[in-house]
Design a protein around this ligand. Structure first.
Ligand SMILES: C[S@@+](CC[C@H](N)C(=O)[O-])C[C@H]1O[C@@H](n2cnc3c(N)ncnc32)[C@H](O)[C@@H]1O
Length: 167
């Protein structure tokens, strides 16, 4: 759903460097590249994902840099926007990713999340931007609500994008 959002709203990433965090097949990063991102880093901890990202980027005729890294650790790379597709499926991982995304916000990096309402999504930190009906598998598929694309927002409301004129 985050890939669809970027293709529907290319202005969000056009002309900007993007980090696809937990890239998997690379679908979000590839969409960002197609939407006009200047540079796309696709980070994943799985070597098979890194191989798949390279193949899928080539098939889609875009340039994406696959990086094998635990991106929930350490400093954010030089980027303008972090895109996170479906990374809140496990409690400890969600906690580490949320801490990393807080670091990103502190450094002025925008964060977008696409998620089918996994159990450990940080609801209180999200502002809904769009909804998409996306097929899922298993028990989650039956009667599940549309998946969401969200802005991840600071704990301090005044630091959030779009809050400047609300004083
Ligand atoms: C459910 S898949 C989502 C893939 C893709 N973002 C999407 O929306 O289709 C989660 C991916 O995150 C990767 N991942 C998990 N922990 C990670 C971490 N700490 N740093 C980078 N990637 C991670 C997994 O290897 C997996 O490829």
């Amino acid at each position: 759903m985050l890939a669809r959002y970027l293709l529907d709203r290319p202005d969000v990433v056009a002309g900007r460097p993007v980090l696809d965090l937990g890239a998997g097949s690379g679908v979000v990063g590839i969409a960002a590249a197609k939407a006009g991102a200047t540079e796309v880093i696709a980070a994943d901890v799985d070597p098979y994902a890194i191989a798949a990202i390279g193949l899928n980027a080539t098939l889609n005729e875009v340039t994406v840099l696959p990086v094998l890294v635990d991106q929930a650790m350490g400093e954010p790379p030089a980027t303008d926007i972090v895109c996170v597709g479906d990374l809140f499926y496990e409690a400890a991982l969600a906690e580490r990713v949320t801490a990393f995304l807080d670091l990103c916000l502190e450094q002025g990096i925008e964060v977008l999340i696409g998620d089918p309402w996994r159990a450990h999504l940080p609801h209180s930190r999200l502002r809904l931007l769009a909804e998409y009906v996306v097929p899922d598998f298993g028990a989650a598929a039956a009667g599940s609500p549309p998946s969401g694309v969200f802005a991840f927002e600071s704990k301090t409301p005044r630091q959030n994008r779009g809050d400047e004129d609300q004083s």
